[in-house]
Design a protein around this ligand. Structure first.
Ligand SMILES: O=C(O)CCC(=O)C(=O)O
Length: 242
C-alpha cells in the first residue's frame, strides 16, 4: 500500500486534541487505498458476509469484525498514516481493539435522527477512535457532529439528554465535514453523533479503536492486537517474585 508520510503531531495539535477531544488529521488516505477498502466493503456487503448489522428494512448497513476480513483493513488501520499521529497522543506502545468499533458502516438516507453518545463510559478507561471517511461527508449526507470539550465531563450512567445537565448539549454539537479519505481522531469520551443523511447516496466510513498498551496487565488479550511497539508489562509484583 502506498503510504504518504503522516508526520508526528505538533505541540499545538496535541493541545487542541486534549482541549477539544478531537482532531482532523492533516493527511488523507491515498486514493488507491480508499478504492481497495471500498471494494472489499462492497464485496462483503453484497455477499452478506456475517457478522453484519442490518437496518429495519433488512439491508446490510454494517460489517463487523473488519480486521478478520480482507487484509487491507488491518493494513490500513496499522499504517504509519494513522500510527504516527496516534503515537504523539498515546505513546510508543499501541493496541488495536477488536471488540469495540472494528467495523465499516454504510450510512443510508434515513428519517431517524441519532442521539449523542460516548463510545466508552468512564474517563479512566477511555480509548481513542479513528474514523476513516471513505466518501466525502458534509451537512447534506450527515457528517459527524461533536460537542467540543465534552470528553472532560464526568462519566454518566443514563442516556445523554436524560439528566438536566446533558439536556442542552445537543445544541452545542458542531459539524465535522471531512473529505474522501479524511481521518478524524477522537477521544472516545467525547459526546458525538452521526448526522442525518438527507441524500439518496451512501456515506461510507470505517471505524477503529485504539488503546495504549496496559503495562499493568500481563494476561494475553486475544481481543487486542499490538500494532505499534511492544506489549510490555511492568507491574511491581515482578520484583516480589524474585
Ligand atoms: O460515523 C459517524 O459519523 C459517527 C460514528 C459513531 O458515532 C460511532 O461509530 O460511534
Amino acid at each position: 500500500m502506498s503510504d504518504p508520510t503522516q508526520t508526528a503531531l505538533t505541540f499545538e495539535e496535541i493541545q487542541l486534541f486534549r482541549h477539544n477531544g478531537y482532531l482532523k488529521l492533516g493527511n488523507c488516505l491515498p486514493e488507491d487505498t480508499v478504492e481497495r477498502l471500498k471494494a472489499a466493503i462492497w464485496k462483503d456487503i453484497n455477499d452478506e458476509a456475517e457478522p453484519v448489522v442490518r437496518d429495519s428494512e433488512g439491508r446490510v448497513v454494517r460489517l463487523s469484525a473488519l480486521v478478520d476480513r480482507d487484509p487491507i483493513f488491518l493494513e490500513t488501520a496499522s499504517s504509519s498514516l494513522v500510527l504516527d499521529p496516534l503515537e504523539s497522543l498515546m505513546g510508543p506502545n499501541i493496541e488495536l481493539i477488536k471488540n469495540r468499533h472494528n467495523h465499516a458502516t454504510l450510512r443510508l438516507s434515513s428519517e431517524k435522527k441519532s442521539g449523542l453518545h460516548r463510545d466508552v463510559k468512564q474517563w479512566s478507561r477511555t480509548i481513542f477512535t479513528v474514523l476513516f471517511y471513505l466518501e466525502e461527508t458534509n451537512m447534506e449526507n450527515g457528517c459527524t457532529l461533536l460537542v467540543p470539550g465534552s470528553h472532560h465531563f464526568p462519566g454518566i450512567t443514563g442516556k445523554i439528554g436524560e439528566d438536566p445537565w446533558t439536556q442542552t448539549l445537543a445544541e452545542q454539537a458542531v459539524p465535522a465535514p471531512m473529505p474522501t479519505g479524511g481521518l478524524l481522531v477522537i477521544d472516545s469520551m467525547i459526546m458525538h453523533r452521526v448526522g442525518q443523511n438527507k441524500t439518496s447516496n451512501s456515506r461510507m466510513s470505517m471505524t477503529m479503536g485504539y488503546h495504549s498498551v496496559d503495562e499493568l496487565n500481563d494476561m494475553p488479550n486475544p481481543k487486542r492486537i499490538v500494532v505499534l511497539g511492544e506489549g510490555l508489562y511492568s507491574g511491581n509484583d515482578l520484583k516480589l517474585q524474585k
